[in-house]
Design a binder for this molecule. Structure first.
Ligand SMILES: Cc1cc2nc3c(=O)[nH]c(=O)nc-3n(C[C@H](O)[C@H](O)[C@H](O)COP(=O)(O)O)c2cc1C
Ligand code: SF4
Length: 405
């Protein structure tokens, strides 16, 4: 590889420089004091900042805060706030990295958000690192006590209704979302579920205001975002980049790169020349995963492995998801093996249409997004496989998939 890896922290708003975790004193020295007491001012600043959620859906943070606060007033029940650090996506490390390096920024944001919606209960949901976070919490004198919740290590654990269910004492499975969690979540109280990175941005907007926030990114998509960058042969890195930055500046996309996976396992494969020019965009970056696929590897094999994992993650509650995802995964696996394909390609595309929008959660939608993009981006590899050929020379698995239990 010839290209140099770009600057690790391009706009280091969230991550402590040098990769050293910031204790409370360092955190306060770096960011200055946090003022409580003006929830309306915070809501105004968040609205003007244009901040969107960093958990995958890029939903406007201000709109969710207002909806939860309103639901609290309407129902007479104080809302619950959940900081979502579950990060069930196996290829994503950004939330774990943020919690390890800048835990107090997330905890500041959690307090600010709780105050803005009038919450009287707060949780921080994580897969790992609970005792480290409990120790960080013990050093603080927060207005609202925070309960650290360990969630099961599963792809679906971080889905908002699954989290609300789990904190309410049930299994961590998505529930039908009418009314949505923001109206009826943890023990039926209005519940604000916000990704931990989103909360870290809230802490900065509360301190420095909307104009400062907008000094990074574009007018339509202000701010920066954390990305987990996978480049073969290199350590997985978490970088912070402003919206609008071409992906080719965030990860090296070279002549030996065939495609880039953008957004994670619910994301899309993009052919590399197109990916290099594509700006970092809140609506397509999903969980912020960027993975370069080298020409030595087969994109169909990589996708088939991920699809098998995703199919096994179905909570099995909705027919189209329970039946459709394993069927698509098995069919895709057959495409990954060079040989006659019959009607498999069109079958997969048809099944994708049948499961899309038919689940209680967006797991089938995200999975079909990945399938469709693989069918398009790897069309020439599919044609080669149909002729019994595969150009891949390296069969080492690249994208991380947890072992099946
Ligand atoms: C299958 C599935 C898994 C999800 N996993 C996570 C997760 O691990 N972490 C996360 O922050 N959001 C996850 N989400 C999104 C959450 O449901 C929710 O939208 C998000 O936490 C809201 O926070 P935000 O508005 O700050 O992005 C997942 C969604 C789906 C459909
Ligand atoms: S769509 Fe799939 S993952 Fe989501 S709740 Fe239904 S069965 Fe579970």
């Amino acid at each position: 590889m010839t290209a140099t890896f770009p600057d690790l922290y391009m706009s280091p708003r969230l991550l402590a420089p040098g990769g050293t975790p910031a204790d409370l004193a360092t955190h306060q020295q770096r960011y200055g004091p946090l003022a409580y007491g003006d929830p309306d001012g915070v809501l105004r600043a968040v609205a003007e900042s244009g901040l969107t959620g960093r958990g995958g859906a890029a939903f406007a943070v201000y709109r969710k805060l207002v909806a939860v606060a309103d639901a609290g007033r309407r129902t007479g029940r104080a809302p619950v706030v959940v900081a979502n650090g579950a990060e069930g996506e196996p290829a994503s490390h950004k939330d774990k990295t943020l919690l390890r390096l800048s835990p107090h920024l997330v905890l500041d944001g959690l307090q600010i958000a709780a105050q803005a919606v009038g919450a009287d209960e707060a949780h921080l949901a994580v897969e790992d690192g609970a005792s480290y976070l409990e120790a960080a919490l013990a050093r603080r004198s927060d207005p609202l006590r925070v309960n650290v919740v360990r969630v099961p290590k599963r792809f679906l654990s971080g889905q908002s209704s699954a989290l609300a269910q789990y904190i309410s004492g049930a299994a961590a499975l998505p529930a039908h979302q009418d009314p949505p969690v923001r109206e009826r979540g943890v023990r039926r109280a209005p519940t604000l579920v916000q990704n931990v990175e989103t909360l870290a941005h809230v802490a900065l907007v509360a301190r420095y205001g909307a104009d400062w926030f907008r000094t990074a990114g574009t007018p339509a998509q202000p701010g920066s975002a954390l990305c987990t960058v996978h480049v073969p042969g290199r350590e997985v890195r978490v970088v912070e980049a402003p919206f609008g930055m071409p992906l080719g500046r965030i990860l090296p996309i070279e002549a030996t790169t065939s495609a880039v996976l953008l957004g994670g396992y619910h994301g899309t494969w993009i052919p590399s020349p197109e990916a290099a020019q594509l700006p970092l965009d809140a609506t397509t970056m999903g969980a912020g995963v960027l993975a370069a696929l080298p020409t030595t590897h087969c994109g169909l094999t990589e996708t088939a492995r991920v699809l098998r994992y995703l199919a096994l993650q179905s909570a099995g509650q909705c027919g189209p998801c329970l039946n459709g995802l394993p069927r698509m995964a098995a069919a895709f696996q057959s495409l990954a093996v060079p040989g006659p394909q019959g009607t498999t390609r069109t079958d997969i595309a048809r099944w994708a249409g049948l499961v899309e929008g038919r689940g209680a959660c967006h797991h089938p939608d995200g999975t079909t997004r990945l399938v469709r993009s693989a069918l398009t981006t790897f069309a020439s590899e599919l044609d080669a496989h149909a002729r019994g050929l595969c150009t891949a020379t390296d069969r080492t698995p690249l994208l991380p998939v947890p072992q099946e239990s």
